[in-house]
Design a protein around this ligand. Structure first.
Ligand code: GLU
Length: 329
């Protein structure tokens, strides 16, 4: 039975309620508080396929390590994962680094692990820092990761999709509209790739590197699928349903550390402060979060704030983390 407070919000069920009821009530409260903020945000409009997103779409999905789901809103509506894909490209590269110390040395000499403090598609730092991107969660860093993967995967596009299918437990599709229009409108990303090439930090041609980058951004997933897909990072690198090891515990922690410090563009400090979870956002309005030892989370709401993070999504994550005391810091 749901209870209502004087201001009209659902109250959190009391001590007799199950954990599940309490979490579901928190999701409803977080949604009530967060959803109105979407109207002050702006849906990404650099390509028509994103500009047409429903600004009222909203979802929260939390999936425990044992598979229990806590869901609110449009949890089965799919959207392009965009920069959330950067987590999984890094995971593939970390798998290669796990297997070979020379890949590990190469990887971390070509991309850093510091927050950038600059917009995700900024060229400024690259010029000052001799073509070495600050971290793998910004566009330039992901392009270097894709360049590394081209050398170490037979087909890095297929590897990325297969990894996500394994983690989501379902087959997935790629949004061809997004893929085609991003290929035709990525002048800024190409500028970054060219600048890095001029410093010798790209081995393949700009076209070769852009292709897997754009492909990964165009993979379509729902909030429910994404929440499932990040659970291995909360589980010492093991996918909890199949028991398959994806990363060593050490590398799973390191991916989460990079998400915490660098995963939400130039608002990563603010996210660490107000949410306190390893997160990664994408410009289609999705944000994934990792609660170590407990669950994967995904929130989705397309209108973005000035840093490119989902406006309502950030507020929802803050409310959930506060009310369920999930922060890792
Ligand atoms: N496709 C977008 C780009 O490359 C992804 C940006 C994002 O989600 O942050 O600019």
């Amino acid at each position: 039975m749901s209870m209502t407070t004087p201001d009209g919000n659902d109250a959190v069920p009391g001590s007799g309620a199950s954990d599940g009821d309490r979490i579901d009530a928190v999701l409803r409260q977080a949604a009530d508080i967060a959803r109105p903020a979407a109207k002050d945000g702006h849906v990404a409009d650099y390509i028509p396929a994103l500009a047409g997103a429903n600004p009222d779409g909203f979802a929260i999905a939390m999936v425990d390590l044992d598979g229990t789901e806590h869901l609110h809103g449009d949890v089965d509506v799919t959207f392009p994962i965009q920069s959330i894909s950067k987590v999984f490209s890094l995971v593939l590269a970390m798998q290669k680094a796990d297997a070979s110390s020379s890949v590990r040395d190469e990887l971390w000499s070509r991309v850093g692990r510091e927050p950038s403090g600059d917009p995700f598609n900024s060229l400024v730092q690259l010029e000052h820092e001799q073509g070495i991107p600050r971290n793998p969660m910004i566009n330039a860093g992901a392009l270097v990761i894709d360049d590394v993967l081209l050398d170490h995967c037979e087909d890095s596009k297929r590897s990325t999709l297969e990894l996500l299918e394994l983690l989501a437990g379902e087959s997935l599709t790629v949004d061809r509209d997004v893929y085609d229009s991003e290929q035709g409108s990525s002048t800024r990303n190409r500028a970054m790739a060219n600048l890095m090439a001029s410093f010798g930090n790209l081995r393949h041609s700009v076209d070769e590197v852009m292709d897997p980058y754009v492909y990964a951004c165009a993979i379509s997933m729902s909030a429910r699928q994404l929440a499932r897909a990040v659970r291995f990072l909360a589980n010492d690198g093991i996918e909890p349903d199949s028991g398959e090891r994806i990363l060593t515990p050490r590398h799973a922690r390191r991916v989460a550390a990079i998400m915490l410090t660098c995963g939400t563009y130039d608002a990563s400090g603010e996210f660490a402060y107000s949410v306190g979870l390893p997160c990664k956002s994408g410009v289609a309005g999705g944000i994934v979060g990792v609660v170590p030892g407990r669950m994967g989370i995904c929130v989705w709401s397309p209108p973005l704030d000035g840093s490119g993070n989902s406006r309502a999504g950030r507020i929802a994550l803050h409310e959930i983390a506060e009310r369920l005391d999930l922060s890792v810091v």
